[in-house]
Design a protein around this ligand. Structure first.
Ligand SMILES: C[S@@+](CC[C@H](N)C(=O)[O-])C[C@H]1O[C@@H](n2cnc3c(N)ncnc32)[C@H](O)[C@@H]1O
Length: 260
């Protein structure tokens, strides 16, 4: 390696380090990675490779919203599939700075905005693909977030991931349960959410962790029809009409105006 190449690599390493710590370890080219010592190695690259084949290979002309985008790993991958517009949202300015650095370095036109999932109504825009990965269990109001995504921004495909705990058993959900039927709640395959009062995995931003039956029921209940489950915690869904009774707490304005 020439002296010039070595010093370019060192420069890149320093820039990435100054923006750290990184949750996404992204290949920056020329031997540079955002988090070369990441405890999971090529993360989330190896995770993405487990379900990448289930996503549309060609997104030419499509719009993508990446909610909780972090350093933009998935935003970049959607751009690589030809998406015309990619908007990454995160509520943490440090991650947005990482995303902008990565996008510029890799030459992708991706917009990054500081916006909470609870405020997606402000966008006034729907997207062909919404990515909502790794955020659900960090929310105090996760079902509200799903309702808001359905009501305001999802147009077709939802790529969803949540940490899951409890059994992977799923029992068919009845249309109704008798008042005295206590057994239903004891069965492991009943939809369930586990509340974390203090911290889980040393992380006090974990609030609600569903079991598999729970997340599948909540997706359906928010108007997302599950198309596939390519990985244990990953769901590909299509937006459909929300079932009766699942009205959004903050409905879209009939005149199409944005929230302020
Ligand atoms: C575990 S990371 C997941 C990152 C990425 N989506 C992935 O799957 O690798 C959670 C991300 O969600 C962001 N986040 C947490 N609460 C949020 C909220 N209310 N609105 C938008 N982003 C949020 C965090 O800042 C963080 O970047």
């Amino acid at each position: 390696m020439s002296q010039a190449e070595l010093s370019r690599q060192e420069d890149l390493r320093r820039q990435a380090e100054a923006l750290g710590p990184w949750f996404h370890n992204i290949d920056l080219g020329e031997g540079g990675w955002t988090a070369p010592n990441h405890f999971l190695g090529d993360y989330p690259g190896f995770k993405f490779r487990r379900f990448a084949h289930d996503l549309p290979a060609d997104l030419t002309g499509k719009s993508v919203l990446d909610i909780g985008c972090n350093a933009g790993f998935y935003s970049v991958e959607m751009k690589r599939r030809g998406a015309a517009r990619v908007l990454g949202l995160d509520s943490d300015e440090r991650y947005l700075a990482q995303g902008r650095f990565v996008a510029e370095r890799l030459g992708h036109d991706i917009e990054f905005r500081n916006l909470s999932v609870y405020d997606v109504g402000r966008l006034g825009e729907r997207f062909d693909v919404v990515i909502f990965m790794g955020v659900f269990y960090h929310l105090r109001h996760p079902l509200l977030a799903l309702d808001l995504i359905h009501e305001h921004v999802a147009d077709d495909l939802l790529v969803f991931q949540s940490m899951l705990r409890g059994t992977a058993q799923v029992e068919p959900v009845a249309q109704d349960y008798d008042f005295f039927d206590m057994d239903a709640f004891e069965r492991p395959g009943y939809p369930r959410m586990h509340f974390v009062e203090h911290a889980y995995a040393h992380d006090c931003t974990n609030w609600w962790i569903p079991n598999r039956a729970g997340i599948e029921a909540m997706l359906r209940s928010s108007g997302f029809s599950i198309q596939s489950r390519p990985e244990a915690e990953v769901y590909l869904c299509r937006r459909v009409e929300a079932p009766y009774g699942a009205e959004a707490a903050y409905p879209a304005r009939p005149d199409g105006q944005r929230e302020t």
